[in-house]
Design a protein around this ligand. Sequence first.
Ligand SMILES: *[C@@H]1O[C@H](CO)[C@@H](O)[C@H](O)[C@H]1NC(C)=O
Ligand SMILES: *[C@@H]1O[C@H](CO)[C@@H](O)[C@H](O)[C@H]1NC(C)=O
Ligand SMILES: *[C@@H]1O[C@H](CO)[C@@H](O)[C@H](O)[C@H]1NC(C)=O
Ligand SMILES: *[C@@H]1O[C@H](CO)[C@@H](O)[C@H](O)[C@H]1NC(C)=O
Ligand SMILES: *[C@@H]1O[C@H](CO)[C@@H](O)[C@H](O)[C@H]1NC(C)=O
Length: 576
Amino acid sequence: MAPPFPLILLLLVAVAGAGADAAAPPNGHACASAEANSYAFCDASLPFPVRARALVSLLTLDEKIAQLSNTAAGVPRLGVPPYEWWSESLHGLADNGPGVNFSSGPVAAATIFPQVILSAAAFNRSLWRAVAEAVAVEARAMHNAGQAGLTYWAPNINVFRDPRWGRGQETPGEDPAMIAAYSVEYVKGFQGEYGDGREGRMMLSACCKHYIAYDLEKWGKFARYTFNAEVNAQDFEDTYEPPFKSCIQEGRASCLMCSYNQVNGVPACAHKDLLQKIRDEWGFKGYIVSDCDAVAIIHENQTYTSSDEDSVAIVLKAGMDVNCGSFLIRHTKSAIEKGKIQEEDINHALYNLFSVQLRLGLFEKTSENQWFTRLGPSNVCTKEHRELAAEAVRQGTVLLKNDNSFLPLKRSEVSHIAIIGAAANDAYIMGGDYTGVPCDPITFLKGMQAFVPQTTVAGGCKNVSCDSTDGFGEAIEVAKRADIVVVIAGLNLTQETEDLDRVTLLLPGKQQDLVNIIASVTKKPIVLVITGGGPVDVSFAKQDPRIASVLWIGYPGEVGGQVLPEILFGEYNPGE
Ligand SMILES: *[C@@H]1O[C@H](CO)[C@@H](O)[C@H](O)[C@H]1NC(C)=O
Ligand SMILES: *[C@@H]1O[C@H](CO)[C@@H](O)[C@H](O)[C@H]1NC(C)=O
Ligand SMILES: *[C@@H]1O[C@H](CO)[C@@H](O)[C@H](O)[C@H]1NC(C)=O
Ligand SMILES: *[C@@H]1O[C@H](CO)[C@@H](O)[C@H](O)[C@H]1NC(C)=O
Ligand SMILES: *[C@@H]1O[C@H](CO)[C@@H](O)[C@H](O)[C@H]1NC(C)=O
């Protein structure tokens, strides 16, 4: 479905096998005042659907319209506080959305687990569940501290079909069945087992995104905002749909995000058949949010509708409930005035939105005394979460080559080790995209120094793009003096991220030249460590005896630098 691309069998295919998507105190509770208590929507003895309808029935048209954005206004006369729907938690709390704020309270950092593509490569459902549960604990703790919302827009369960995709790193890979399994573990772990199921209480809300057939950012003349994915019925059923079906049916996710792209000529957020199927056939109970500004582009950039009011009408009638962005706030009133929609079309959306807020406990008179309502700053950045993050790196890292059992290294035989590469001492590279503020990041250099006091480092390249050979000389000198040399090569977000696809699968710039030059001057064969989320073609290393071992470590999160030497020195065997 993406621009044509010759399928090459790569050394790293097994690895691939595995939008930007405004702020209010997220922690306010409705129904706190004695006055509000007299309203039916505050009456905890009534079922959620009754309470949700009761609240909708009390609102004026303007109050209703003000709910149709991720930054929903409060309704002061009813004691309803404003709410920010947009928080992010892909592989730990992230401040890509306005719902999470690391500088507005006592929680200044959160555990950065490995980027999803690496944890996915562990092929271990219990690990995925444990990580989702840990992220949920930190999310709820941050919420309780007033620094985060209760509704999170993760996981990303699009299929990593095209190795150039800049956001493939966020997904569990290319296998629909595996992504489906990952989605179930993530959502169940994150939303929590609590209350009575599909329409019952939740600890947090997770979101299956982006529905559907989205796996392109910006490539040549194609962009995700206008791309039309042409998908036949078989590919739809075999490839694109299974993750979403499992995420909703089995995982019981309470949110679905519709994507920017069109599907067979219809914008995903306006695709009535696809959106209704979720509710009618898969039993979805929750809210449908657009990707950010995905409604604004329907008229302006896709010219699919002939006016902004028509765009409002088509998405609300298709079943979308809330828009990330301000488009619906700006254009819904005039859509009503022009007769494009009725107030009833909005009531539906509000019912779905309030139902989710009710299930999350935002309308309880008193803060419920659940284990997770007592979580606080001491439950974030814990030793346990750090160890779990390390475990995910160990289990996910892939040993691609190990000539003559070169690894593991013996500590007694390595008194001086060199690490070469632009990413060797870069804490930022460790997380990949949708990364928040790490608790205590350990770079590869720092981690190695803990094992081998005499660890020396050279970038070789100024940055991952590696446009020039200026740093090669220094790197060669450093490499020559060491017993063992580890070269860190690969990608970071300057190569692959939101709005940025790759145009080559090879190592960026002159990185391959750096690897070759270093390999030709060392006393012993080198160890090559590949970072990044998208697959990298390192076939040049496969046959080269000067490169003894190759490891893929993805974006390993904040403890990546701790785990790499554990693996190199055999404390953990990635080949097992
Ligand atoms: C985060 O909180 C700080 C301190 O309250 C505030 O200055 C800042 O604007 C907030 N950031 C966002 C994105 O809302
Ligand atoms: C899966 O991960 C869990 C949690 O880290 C671990 O206890 C278990 O041993 C792992 N299973 C396998 C087969 O590695
Ligand atoms: C949509 O079109 C407008 C007007 O041409 C342009 O300013 C904007 O950048 C476009 N947005 C996207 C996401 O392409
Ligand atoms: C990418 O890596 C370079 C160093 O090689 C660093 O300067 C830059 O900040 C990194 N950028 C991102 C987005 O990770
Ligand atoms: C990488 O370094 C080169 C200089 O070697 C510089 O021109 C380029 O802008 C840098 N790229 C990034 C993404 O920092």
